[in-house]
Design a protein around this ligand. Structure first.
Ligand code: ADE
Length: 289
């Protein structure tokens, strides 16, 4: 399990977390959520076929849930989080396929925007535009995203220091030293992208996409509807081509799950440090980075 490095300075106060905030933590796969639940503890309660784990994590009220795979499952789960559990902020953590060639297995991507690569109501609406919203891109919250990116950088630094000695890399032939954190556009769709032709088709239509997965754009749309700050982090598990299935399960269980949980823990510790320090700037939609 990755530990927050002792040598690094505390994260900068980039984000003022309100004192009564409640953070929803969402993962799509069992392995990913179990990494979080093992750190979080607490009791589960079931609503709408989902287990919701509620606990105070480093002093921050957290509700964690497994949404399952795909956009519909993600959207209904986040809607339940908002209406039954009163969450005020949402963070998604999971794996993704690296679409851009410079986004490699082991890299971390923090989303700035999401798009649905399988949304196409043309000719009634432009391709990728979500009908009746007048937009194709849904933005993440810049403050929460920056705190998440800092947590990701902190955990990557630890991993680089530990190198191959960090237990969970053993046997995977992966060297973490070059692992990089990217920030940018993530595409979601109800398809596992496992061939180079699928990968190229998305890149041709959406050249700025860094990574592809199956839930984030749906969560971004629900958070947009209810005005909730949302951020998402994805660890790259494959290159979204014919090799995508190779070692996928092993990578998730051994690397992505504990690493994702460590990033979330670093984020929550940072939010706890900045809880109640002041008010978030009104109507701030600029990127603070
Ligand atoms: N999640 C992880 N890898 C993926 C891929 N190649 N396509 C869609 N979702 C993914």
């Amino acid at each position: 399990m990755t530990q927050a490095p002792k040598s690094l300075p505390a994260l900068e106060p980039v984000f003022l977390f309100p004192p009564h905030a409640r953070l929803g933590v969402v993962c799509a796969m069992h392995e990913e959520l179990s990494g979080v639940v093992s750190l979080l503890g607490g009791e589960a309660c079931q609503v709408g076929g989902r287990d919701f784990w509620q606990a105070s994590w480093h002093g921050v009220e957290v509700v964690a849930v497994l949404c399952r795979i795909g956009k519909v499952a993600a959207a209904t789960t986040v809607s339940t989080l908002i209406h039954r559990f009163g969450i005020t902020h949402v963070v998604f953590s999971g794996v993704a396929g690296g679409l851009a060639r410079h986004v490699q297995v082991g890299d971390v991507v923090v989303a700035r925007h999401f798009v649905q690569h399988d949304m196409d109501a043309s000719p009634l609406f432009a391709r990728f535009e979500v009908p009746l919203y007048g937009q194709s891109l849904f933005a993440c919250d810049p403050f929460l995203s920056r705190a998440l990116a800092q947590a990701g950088e902190q955990c990557l630094a630890t991993l680089r220091e530990q190198g191959q000695d960090s237990g969970f890399l053993a046997g995977l032939n992966l060297l973490p030293r070059a692992w990089t954190l990217h920030q940018g556009l993530i595409a979601s769709g109800d398809q596992f992208i496992g061939s180079d032709s699928q990968r190229q088709a998305i890149l041709k239509a959406l050249p700025d996409v860094l990574a592809v997965e199956m839930e984030g754009a749906a969560v971004a749309q629900v958070c947009h509807d209810f005005g909730l700050p949302f951020a998402a982090v994805r660890i790259i598990s494959d290159q979204a081509d014919e090799t995508a299935h190779v070692d996928f399960a092993q990578f998730i269980a051994q690397v992505a799950a504990p690493f994702g949980a460590a990033i979330l823990e670093a984020l929550v510790q940072s939010l706890a440090r900045h809880a109640g320090e002041g008010e978030r700037p009104q109507g701030a939609s600029v990127d603070p980075s």
